[in-house]
Design a protein around this ligand. Structure first.
Ligand SMILES: [Mg+2]
Length: 129
């Protein structure tokens, strides 16, 4: 049997309840995730662990998700790394209007909060081929 490499997932979310819901949902899918409470923490954790997938809340204190995504992309560019983390924006707002702004900041995709198990599963499956 082939052993799958464990996915390194980071959740950046300032709301404790949303953190718990997401953690529970990840657990249901046999996944673990690191948790950052703002964009600045997310950027630091990413630099240390080089995650495969980041779920990034847009609205956070200290540093928002868009700024964190920009920093991560700039860091990837600077470090000349072949590794490119997949960043999924999380937003409670109607996100279609914000689409371009998210993409410009370096987001790859976006989903509406709260995170649904089926949504999560479809993202994860892309990384489990
Ligand atoms: Mg928030």
């Amino acid at each position: 049997m082939e052993v799958q490499k464990e996915l390194k997932i980071l959740l950046a979310e300032d709301n404790k309840i949303n953190q718990q819901i997401a953690t529970f949902t990840f657990k249901q899918l046999q996944l673990k995730c690191d948790i950052a409470s703002n964009g600045s923490e997310a950027f630091e954790m990413y630099q240390q662990k080089s995650h495969d997938l980041i779920f990034m809340d847009i609205q956070m204190p200290v540093m928002d998700g868009l700024e964190a995504a920009r920093l991560i992309r700039a860091f990837e560019k600077e470090s000349d790394s072949l590794h490119r983390v997949y960043i999924v924006a999380l937003s409670a707002n109607v996100i279609s209007e914000k689409r371009e702004e998210y993409i410009d900041a370096g987001m790859d995709d976006f989903i509406e909060k709260p995170i649904q198990k089926s949504m999560l599963q479809s993202f994860i499956s892309q990384f489990r081929t």
